[in-house]
Design a protein around this ligand. Structure first.
Ligand SMILES: CCCCCCCC/C=C\CCCCCCCC(=O)NCC(=O)O
Length: 603
């Protein structure tokens, strides 16, 4: 039969069928499609629930293996019975080891005064004990035991000889999943260590646990996911740790880890440092390799991943940076510029010009945070530096839009896909807003503006790009703005700025800590790609609490944050120090001077 004949026959046949039947057939096909999609989604949800349960059981088994490999939390006799007991450390020894400053601990490990296995056991013990209340471990790394033994037997000692380090869940460790709290990534163990883990191991460090993250990594308030649950703040378990490196923040603050690795695309190292009161460094893009980590959000070249250290003191950040910035890392990832750690900058004595602010154009930070910036200013002045009041230009206008539009360029599609067919944690519930067509969002933006200016700005800034041409042009515009910002910075002759990390201290868990905008003072330095360090400088005082009562919020966001700061006496308050790109050593120098000045003031 010829093609034309066949076509005519089909047309004739169809013309005998009524419109109703055609409509019914189309509706049927669509219905079957939806039912099929729903069944697939439902099947995935059921499967994922099973995977999560199994993963939690696996985690408990790993914890038991570590617990039974030494004697700390079980009885000595029991550990001997298991035949795995190697050392028995008293509680005093555990405390004395885990309380040592990083430099002293490394010194004692290198001199042989302390064995790597003892140090490992001390930190494992502390971590397992603290984890019962805080839940920061996503999984212990059981190979740490053998690594510590090898370390003790080694003749050649690396710069991090025997130093136990914790690793954020999203960072690749051979044999372990990087789930980001999403069941879809369970049972996909990494085939090799990421570059940073390889380098740390080669330098003698012992990765001993992976730490918890918020589901998908896109939450700066609460650190929670449906696999491992909620991580709590050691300073107050009713308050959030911040995210996404919240497991690291909690572990370091509890004294269960001396130093660890976090990551930061939009404040993820710095908010947990601020809420948990620990030190941290977000380096410039490409100073430290991100190769071999979970690829979430790494396709957006206008906003890149930074891997950085979080630790107990400035020295812990410095030892990690020095160890990572070595020929091994430059060889394993040839996209990293081979710039070793520059001691001459870190140890420099030149007096610096440092700008400071606690209002970036979006309102004053809370009183305790303002006082922290003032305190840092006076300490640095005593060190001989010139401190100048400076308001960075366009932060709440142009920069706000650039950062958020670029960060949300894919409308969080990649993020939403990660948790497709999975239970969604409340900390990322608001992501679903991005599924509403932009036209409706822009109408909402107009409607909510009188009551919630920040939400309105968010809604506007979530505008998708209509073409690649628009995306490229927008990138150029953002780059031009960054150049203007640099000119404004250099016209003041600034070497650095100090400012709040967040406008508040750790917020209560729940809706409050999930509220958008917590990263208000920190995302700017992701957009600019400036290295930024966090230093705990003080604690909230009764006087700060009194001043909080007088604080006049100018927006709904400030009202929420003010309420969240009530009753926060004793919580840590940090400041942020930023320098120009690739000036990590200068940033660390200022942090070190501030740390020393604060210690001197206390004594
Ligand atoms: C009203 C619209 C609701 C939109 C909800 C969007 C909420 C997200 C806001 C900005 C997204 C920017 C990305 C921020 C990533 C922050 C955490 C981070 O740094 N993660 C990466 C990491 O862990 O390394």
């Amino acid at each position: 039969m010829q093609f034309n004949e066949l076509r005519n026959k089909i047309v004739d046949e169809l013309s005998t069928v009524g419109h109703r039947q055609v409509l019914l057939a189309v509706a049927g096909i669509i219905g079957v499609h939806f039912v099929w999609a729903w069944l697939k989604w439902f099947g995935l949800r059921v499967k994922n629930a099973g995977k999560r349960k199994r993963k939690r059981e696996e985690r408990q088994k790993m914890i038991d293996i570590v617990r039974n490999s030494h004697v700390q939390s079980e009885t000595y006799a029991e550990a001997v019975k298991y035949g795995k007991h190697k050392h028995h450390l008293s509680e005093e020894t555990i405390d004395s080891i885990t309380n040592l400053p990083t430099k002293a601990l490394l010194g004692q490990l290198k001199s042989g005064q302390l064995l790597a296995v003892d140090v490992l056991h001390a930190f494992q013990h502390k971590a397992l004990e603290c984890d019962k209340d805080l839940n920061f471990i996503s999984t212990p790394i059981v190979e740490a035991e053998a690594a510590a033994q090898t370390c003790d037997a080694a003749v050649k000692k690396g710069p991090l000889h025997g130093l136990p380090v914790s690793i954020k869940e999203s960072i690749g460790v051979k044999g372990y999943d990087c789930t980001l709290g999403c069941a879809n990534w369970i049972d996909r163990p990494w085939e090799e260590d990421s570059v940073v883990v390889k380098v740390l191991k080669r330098q003698g460090a012992i990765p001993f646990m992976k730490t918890n993250v918020p589901q998908t990594l896109v939450s700066t308030g609460v650190c929670s996911n449906p696999i491992y649950g909620l991580t709590k703040n050691p300073h107050d378990v009713t308050r959030a740790t911040g995210g996404s490196s919240g497991g690291e923040g909690s572990a370091v603050a509890a004294g269960a880890s001396i130093v660890g690795l976090g990551t930061d695309v939009g404040s993820s190292i710095r908010v947990p440092c601020a809420f948990c009161g620990v030190y941290g460094l977000k380096p410039s893009w490409d100073r430290i390799s991100n190769k071999g980590n979970h690829p979430q959000m790494s396709g957006n070249k206008h906003l890149q991943f930074c891997v950085g250290p979080m630790g107990r003191d400035v020295d812990s950040l410095v030892v990690i940076m020095k160890a990572l910035l070595c020929p091994d890392m430059f060889e394993l990832d040839s996209y990293i510029p081979p710039i070793p750690f520059r001691d001459e900058i870190y140890e420099g004595l030149r007096p610096l010009r440092i700008g400071y602010y606690w209002n970036d154009g979006g309102g004053d930070a809370m009183p305790a945070v303002q006082r922290a910036v003032q305190l840092a200013k006076s300490v640095l002045e005593k060190k001989g530096h010139l401190l100048l009041p400076w308001t960075p230009p366009d932060v709440q206008t142009k920069a706000f839009e650039y950062f958020h539009r670029i960060a949300l360029a894919d409308q969080l599609e990649e993020t939403l896909l990660l948790s497709y067919g999975d239970k969604r944690d409340t900390c990322i519930a608001h992501h679903i807003f991005l599924k509403i067509p932009y036209f409706i969002r822009s109408v909402l933006a107009v409607l909510v503006k009188p009551v919630d200016g920040l939400m309105s700005k968010f809604l506007y800034a979530s505008k998708p790009f209509s073409s690649l041409y628009e995306w490229f042009s927008y990138g150029k515009e953002a780059d031009a703005w960054k150049a203007e910002f640099q000119t404004a910075w250099q016209s003041q002759g600034l070497d650095a700025v100090i400012c709040p990390t967040t406008s508040c201290t750790a917020l209560p868990l729940g809706d409050m800590a999930d509220s958008v905008g917590i990263e208000r003072f920190s995302w700017l330095f992701n957009l600019l790609n400036y290295p930024t360090g966090i230093i705990p400088v003080t604690k909230v005082t009764a006087d700060d609490e009194e001043k909080l009562k007088q604080y006049k919020p100018n927006s709904k966001y400030e009202k929420v944050v003010k309420r969240g700061c009530e009753g926060s006496e004793g919580l840590p308050v940090t400041v942020q120090c930023a320098t120009l790109p690739f000036q990590e050593e200068l940033c660390l120098r200022i942090m070190k001077e501030l740390e020393q000045g604060l210690v001197k003031m206390e004594n």
